[in-house]
Design a protein around this ligand. Structure first.
Ligand code: ADP
Ligand code: ZN
Ligand code: ZN
Length: 740
C-alpha cells in the first residue's frame, strides 16, 4: 500500500494578537502551500483589517472547511525572515511561557519588521523610462532646465542613479523628479543596500596572558564547543571573567561561528563595547532598549546577514538572528533585568539562552560574582558545571564587611556617627568613598507634623517621593507629578520631608565634607547631559572623591580608588513578603562591596541596620555570599519555594479591588487541579492599587514542571474567557522573579 504524505494545502500563520492559536489561510493564488517556508512573513486579512503574520508551517488539513478559508494576500519575504532554529526557540518560548506565538515573534522582531518592512535595507534609485527617452529625443523641457538636466543625467545610467547621488549633484532635484514622474518619464526603483559592516578601526589589543584559573576555564569551555554545556563562571568583579568571555569568543570566531554576549540593562557600557571591538577585531553590534527603531533594524539585519559576528545586547537580544551561533555568554546572570516582567511574554533571557544553547548544541556561559539561587541549585544538581576565578594577584583582598547598629548611635540626617568618622578617615587618606542607597529622590515621604498628613499618590497605594531639586512630588509607581507643596493640603501647617533618598544623602554628605568633590549616580542624574558616563568618568579619574548612588553603581563599573562602601538602608530587604528579597539584598550588598579596591588596598564595607542580629546579615558576614546562600537555600527547601518547586503567578488587575479578586477566585474554582499542584491565593498584591488599578495574584506551585504546565495548558483558555467576561486584565508569569 502506498503511504504518501498528504499534500499541504493550508498555511498556519501566527499573527501579532492575543490569540491562543495560529490562524489558517490558503496560500496566495498560484503558490503551493508547501513552497512557503516557515518563518516567512505574510500579509493576511483578519476580519475587515489586514495583519502581518509569520508562517509557522504548512498543513495538510484545516480545522475548518477549506472553503471557509481566506487566502494570504502577499508573501513578504523571498527567504524566510526567521530561520528554523530561531522559529524553534520562539515556539519553545511560546509553549513554556504559555503566551501566543504571534506575540512572542512580534516581541523578537524590530518594530519595522513587525510592521512588514523589508528584511533587507533598500536604497532609493531613479531611472528614465522609454517615454522619458523619447521626450529627451524630442528636445522637450526647453523651459524647465532643471528637469531637463535631471532627465539627461539619468539617461546616462541604464541602471538608474541613487537618490543620494542625485541629491549631491542637483539642488532641488526632488521637485523636478516629482514633475518628471507625473509625466511618466522617470520611475522610482529600489536596490538592496550593501550591509557589510565596516571592520573595526580600533587598534587591535593583544590577548592578555591568562592566569591558570582563566586558562583552565577557557580550555574547558572551548572543549565543549560542539555540544550543549552550561558553564557557570564565578568570580568577584575584577577577577577576570570578561577576559575569559573574550578569549572564548575569539576561539568561537576562529571556527567561523558568531557570539552572543548578553549583559544586564545598565551593564552595557561604551567601555565594554570598545573592549570587545579592540580585542575581537570583527564587527561588533549592539542591541538594547535605548536604540532608535532604525538602529535596531540595522543591528538585527546585520545579525541575520552574518555581517555582525558578535552581538552585545540586553534581554531581547537573546532572540537575535545570529547564525551560525557558536557561544552564548550571560554576564551577571543573576541580574533581574534579564526577566521581562511588564507586559508581553514574561520570559527570562537567561533561561532562554540556556534553551537556545541546548537546541543548537553549543556551550552557554553564565558569569557572576553572586549567582542566582536557581543557578546554584543547578550547579549542585550537576546540571551546570562550575568554574571559579580566584581574586587576581593585583586585585584587592576581599573587602571587610561590618554592621553599624543604628539603634546605638547618634544619627546625623540618616548617617550614623561611626560611618561619618570612617568616611573622614578614608577621605583623609586620599581614597574615595561610595555611598549606596537604594532610593532616588530627596525623601520618600512628605509629612505634616501637625496633623500627620502624608502626601499620597491618588492613583496608587503609595506615598509620593519628594524631588527637591525639581520642586516636585513624584510617584515612582505610576509616574504622577505634582508641584511640591510648602504647606499641608489638609490643615495648612508646614510640611517636611521624612526619610532619605539619594538627593538628600548628597546634600548631607556635601555639608559634612564640603572640601571633597561629590557626584551622584541615579536614574535622575544619569538622564542629564553627559549621563552616567560622565559621572563614572569623574570617579575613575579621581576628580570626584565621593559617589552617592543607587543600584546603578552596582552594574558594570569598577572603581579602584574606592576603599570604603557605605550601605545605608539594607533593612528594606530583610522583612519583605517576597521570598526572593533576601537573595536580592545579599546580591546587592556583595555587588556594591565588589566595586571597591585595588592592589593591597583593603576595602571596607559598612552596612547600617537596625537589625544587626538578623540571621541573613549574620550569615552574610560570617560566610560571605556562599554562606548566606547555603542558609537561605535551606530555608527555601524547607518552605518548598523555588528552586525547589516550580512556580507561576496569575496576576490580575481591574478597576475595583473586588473585580480582580473575584476573577482570580473564579479562575481558581475552575482550575483542573491534580494532586501535584497547589494553588495559593488569590491575595491582593502588596501594593494593591497602582495607577488606578487594583492588583491581585494567584500562585500556582508544583514540585515538578510537567504537572504545572499540563494544568496551565488546560486551564488558560477558561481563564481567558473569564477575564473577557469580567473585564479584567490578566497576565501569566511563569517563573516569576518577584512575588508582589
Ligand atoms: P571581571 O569581568 O571579572 O570584572 P575583567 O575581565 O574585566 O574582570 O578584568 C578586570 C581587570 O583585570 C581588567 O582591567 C583586565 O584587563 C584585567 N585582567 C583580567 N585578566 C587579566 C590577565 N590574565 N592578566 C592581566 N590583566 C588581566
Ligand atoms: Zn496637616
Ligand atoms: Zn502613583
Amino acid at each position: 500500500m502506498e503511504n504518501r504524505e498528504p499534500v499541504p494545502r493550508v498555511l498556519r500563520v501566527a499573527i501579532h494578537a492575543r490569540l491562543c492559536s495560529p490562524l489558517e489561510y490558503l496560500p496566495p493564488e498560484g503558490v503551493s502551500a508547501d513552497s512557503v517556508l516557515p518563518g516567512t512573513r505574510v500579509r493576511v486579512p483578519v476580519g475587515r483589517r489586514e495583519a502581518i503574520g509569520v508562517v509557522i508551517e504548512p498543513a495538510a488539513e484545516a480545522t475548518v472547511a477549506i472553503s471557509a478559508l481566506r487566502a494570504v494576500r502577499e508573501l513578504l519575504d523571498p527567504q524566510p525572515l526567521l530561520d528554523p532554529a530561531l522559529m524553534r526557540l520562539l515556539e519553545w518560548a511560546a509553549g513554556y511561557y504559555h503566551h501566543p506565538l504571534g506575540e512572542v515573534i512580534a516581541a523578537a522582531l524590530p518594530p519595522a519588521l513587525r510592521q512588514g518592512g523589508p528584511a533587507q535595507a533598500l536604497i532609493e534609485r531613479w531611472r528614465v523610462t522609454g517615454d522619458g527617452r523619447a521626450a529627451l529625443a524630442a528636445a522637450a523641457l526647453a523651459r524647465a532646465p532643471r528637469q531637463r538636466s535631471l532627465l539627461l543625467m539619468m539617461s546616462g545610467a541604464a541602471e538608474g542613479i541613487d537618490a543620494e547621488d542625485l541629491g549631491r549633484q542637483v539642488a532641488g532635484w526632488r521637485e523636478a523628479a516629482r514633475a518628471l514622474r507625473a509625466r511618466g518619464w522617470i520611475e522610482r526603483l529600489e536596490r538592496p543596500a550593501d550591509e557589510s559592516l565596516p571592520q573595526p578601526v580600533t587598534a587591535p589589543a593583544p590577548a592578555l596572558p591568562l592566569s591558570e584559573a582563566q586558562q583552565q576555564a577557557v580550555t574547558r569551555i572551548d572543549g565543549s564547543a560542539h555540544e550543549f554545556a552550561a558553564w557557570v563562571l564565578r568570580g568577584a568583579t575584577g577577577s577576570g571573567k570578561t577576559e575569559v568571555y573574550l578569549q572564548c569568543a575569539l576561539r568561537t570566531l576562529a571556527r567561523a561561528r558568531s557570539v552572543l554576549l548578553l549583559v544586564p540593562e545598565i551593564g552595557l557600557t561604551p567601555q565594554l563595547v570598545q573592549r570587545c571591538r579592540e580585542r575581537l577585531q570583527v564587527p561588533v553590534v549592539v542591541l538594547h532598549s535605548g536604540l532608535s527603531d532604525a538602529e535596531r533594524l540595522c543591528a538585527w539585519r546585520a545579525c541575520r546577514q552574518g555581517s555582525a559576528r558578535v552581538l552585545l545586547g540586553t534581554r531581547s537580544a537573546v532572540f537575535a538572528p545570529l547564525s551560525p551561533l557558536g557561544l552564548i555568554v550571560v554576564d551577571e546572570e543573576h541580574d533581574g533585568s534579564y526577566k521581562q516582567y511588564d507586559g508581553g511574554c514574561r520570559y527570562s533571557a537567561r533561561d532562554l539562552a540556556l534553551v537556545r544553547a541546548r537546541q543548537l548544541s553549543i556551550p552557554v556561559l553564565l558569569g557572576s560574582a553572586t549567582p542566582s539561587f536557581e543557578t546554584l541549585h543547578n550547579l549542585q544538581a550537576g546540571r551546570y558545571q562550575g568554574l571559579v576565578l580566584p581574586r587576581r594577584d593585583d586585585q584587592a583582598p576581599a573587602p571587610r564587611l561590618a554592621l553599624v547598629d543604628l539603634r546605638s548611635h547618634v544619627l546625623h540626617q540618616g548617617l550614623a556617627t561611626p560611618v561619618i568618622e570612617t568616611m573622614r578617615a578614608h577621605l583623609a587618606a586620599n581614597r574615595q568613598v561610595l555611598v549606596f542607597i537604594n532610593r532616588r529622590g530627596y525623601a520618600p515621604t512628605l509629612l505634616c507634623t501637625a496633623c500627620g498628613w502624608i502626601a499620597p499618590c491618588p492613583a496608587c497605594d503609595a506615598r509620593l517621593t519628594v524631588h527637591r531639586a525639581e520642586a516636585q512630588l513624584r510617584c515612582h509607581h505610576c509616574g504622577r507629578l505634582e508641584p511640591l507643596p510648602a504647606r499641608c493640603r489638609r490643615c495648612g501647617h508646614e510640611v517636611k520631608p521624612v526619610g532619605q533618598g539619594t538627593e538628600r544623602v548628597e546634600e548631607t554628605v556635601r555639608e559634612l565634607f564640603a572640601e571633597h568633590a561629590l557626584v551622584r549616580l541615579d536614574r535622575d542624574s544619569a538622564a542629564r547631559a553627559g549621563g552616567s558616563e560622565a559621572i563614572v568618568a569623574s570617579v575613575l579619574s579621581g576628580a570626584a572623591r565621593i559617589l552617592v548612588g543607587t543600584q546603578m553603581i552596582t552594574k558594570g563599573h569598577h572603581f579602584p580608588g574606592v576603599s570604603l562602601v557605605v550601605v545605608l538602608n539594607a533593612d528594606q530587604g530583610l522583612f519583605s513578603t517576597d521570598f526572593r528579597a533576601a537573595e536580592r539584598l545579599a546580591q546587592t550588598i556583595v555587588q556594591v562591596a565588589g566595586r571597591a579596591g585595588r592592589e593591597h588596598l583593603q576595602g571596607e564595607v559598612l552596612i547600617q541596620t537596625e537589625y544587626p542580629e538578623h540571621p541573613l546579615l549574620q550569615s552574610l558576614l560570617a560566610g560571605g555570599y556562599d554562606g548566606f546562600a547555603a542558609a537561605a537555600l535551606a530555608e527555601r527547601a524547607a518552605a518548598q519555594w523555588p528552586p525547589f518547586a516550580r512556580l507561576a503567578a496569575l496576576r490580575a488587575s481591574a478597576r475595583s479591588a473586588d473585580a480582580a479578586l473575584k476573577f482570580l477566585a473564579a479562575a481558581r474554582q475552575c482550575a483542573p487541579v491534580t494532586g501535584d499542584v497547589r494553588l495559593l491565593g488569590p491575595v491582593a498584591a502588596a501594593m494593591a492599587k497602582r495607577a488606578d488599578r487594583y492588583h491581585a495574584q494567584l500562585l500556582i506551585e508544583s514540585a515538578e514542571r510537567a504537572p504545572l504546565h499540563r494544568l496551565l495548558d488546560q486551564w488558560l483558555p477558561q481563564v481567558d474567557t473569564l477575564a473577557r467576561a469580567g473585564r479584567v486584565r490578566y497576565a501569566l508569569d511563569v517563573d516569576p522573579i518577584d512575588i508582589q
